[in-house]
Ligand binder design. Structure first.
Ligand code: FAQ
Length: 328
């Protein structure tokens, strides 16, 4: 925990002078560091966003883990294992970044396990065929990178630095997913149909990863002002669509949207209205796999109780040995 020495505003202490000085630092593109003064709401927003992001990385291991035992070759299995392991690492960097804001990892994790904390809606969908492992890498990691490249320039130093490393790894993830899709799309008619099926099911949930439309986004305005977010949800979604459509064309697959069309005037793709009720329903816990994901995380936590107990006993023993040496 890095909470000692935090210079925080107490409720009601955010004087106009302090807020103005803080905003000036943000506007000057200075990074805010853990011991710097920051408004309470800035700290709270970051803890919320970074911890949700960390939870997403941790829960996000589950849909792909479903395919580790059934990956078609040893090489694919090794690559998938390495990718899933990276996601665990991303979760750990992000929990560490959130800890620098004074929140304990234990509390964040308990909030995930109790269902109080959110994680990305995308991970509440099932991965039904091997091409889904490809679609997750191509589309889910692809959407994650679009969002996270922008977050490399976020105003909070530890979050921004964590993102630089995470983006490097995510780009390998996106490549490995696209590589699976290339193989499947150029395989037998059955394999191509699996690739199309995976795209059909993953496309809309991937677009929902960017969050509600700007008009319904509760946090965007303030987060953009504080440069926590650099682009709005809709802007990032559009960038993702523009980058991904040519990739689907190269695969010879069809994006499941009859209104998808390049608009010469705007130089962007037009697309159908997203079914927002589906996003809000999944966020509320009613997606196809919400219960399954929470059960899996809770089981992993319970199964790991002996490891935590052993680590605590070992730490206590080390501490006692140190004290004994000091006394001697
Ligand atoms: N799912 O006002 P906004 C990955 C919530 S990492 C669930 O627009 P904000 C890597 C939002 O939290 C994927 N909840 O919120 C990987 C808020 O709720 P609250 C995760 C959502 O924060 C790949 C409320 O709705 N990436 O995939 C979603 O300004 C493969 C109102 O929304 C990040 O977390 C959603 N899709 O913008 C791992 C990136 N959308 O807190 C394994 C960092 C919105 O008021 C395998 N986060 N909500 O109760 C962000 O950039 C932002 O938090 C947004 C949402 C853009 C997600």
């Amino acid at each position: 925990m890095y909470s000692q020495g935090l210079r925080d505003s107490k409720a009601g202490d955010d004087s106009p002078e302090l807020l103005e000085a803080f905003q000036k630092r943000i506007d000057a593109e200075e990074k805010i560091e853990p011991r710097d003064w920051m408004p309470q709401a800035y700290r709270k927003t970051l803890i919320r966003q970074i911890s949700q992001h960390a939870h997403s990385e941790i829960v996000g291991q589950l849909p792909e883990a479903n395919w580790v035992t059934r990956a078609p070759t040893l090489k694919r299995k090794l690559i998938l294992l390495a990718k899933i392991q990276d996601e665990a690492g991303h979760g750990l960097y992000l929990y560490s970044a959130a800890e620098t804001l004074g929140e304990s990892r234990h509390k964040m994790y308990q909030d995930l396990l109790s269902g109080k904390a959110k994680y990305s809606s995308i991970f509440n969908y099932p991965t039904l065929n091997w091409a889904d492992a490809g679609a997750v890498g191509w589309l889910v990691d692809g959407a994650a990178i679009m969002n996270q490249v922008a977050l490399c320039r976020t105003s909070y130093g530890p979050y921004s630095r964590a993102m630089v490393r995470i983006c490097k790894e995510e780009s390998f993830h996106q490549r490995q997913g696209y590589d699976i899709m290339i193989k499947m799309a150029n395989g037998t008619p059955e394999q191509k149909a699996m690739a199309q099926d995976a795209l059909d099911r993953t496309w809309w949930p991937s677009l929902m990863m960017f969050g509600p439309s700007d008009k319904d986004s509760t946090h965007s305005n303030q987060s953009m002002k504080w440069k926590i977010k650099r682009f709005s949800n809709d802007d990032l979604r559009q960038k993702f669509i523009d980058a991904t459509v040519p990739q689907a064309e190269y695969l010879g697959l069809t994006i499941p949207d009859k209104n998808l069309k390049y608009n010469e005037k705007t130089r962007h793709y037009d697309f159908s209205e997203i079914i927002w009720d589906e996003l809000f329903d999944v966020i509320k816990g009613n997606g196809p796999c919400n219960q399954q994901r929470m059960d899996a995380r809770n089981k992993a936590y319970d199964d790991g109780a002996w490891v935590r107990a052993a680590a605590a006993t070992y730490a206590e023993k080390q501490q006692n040995n140190k004290q004994d040496k000091e006394v001697a």
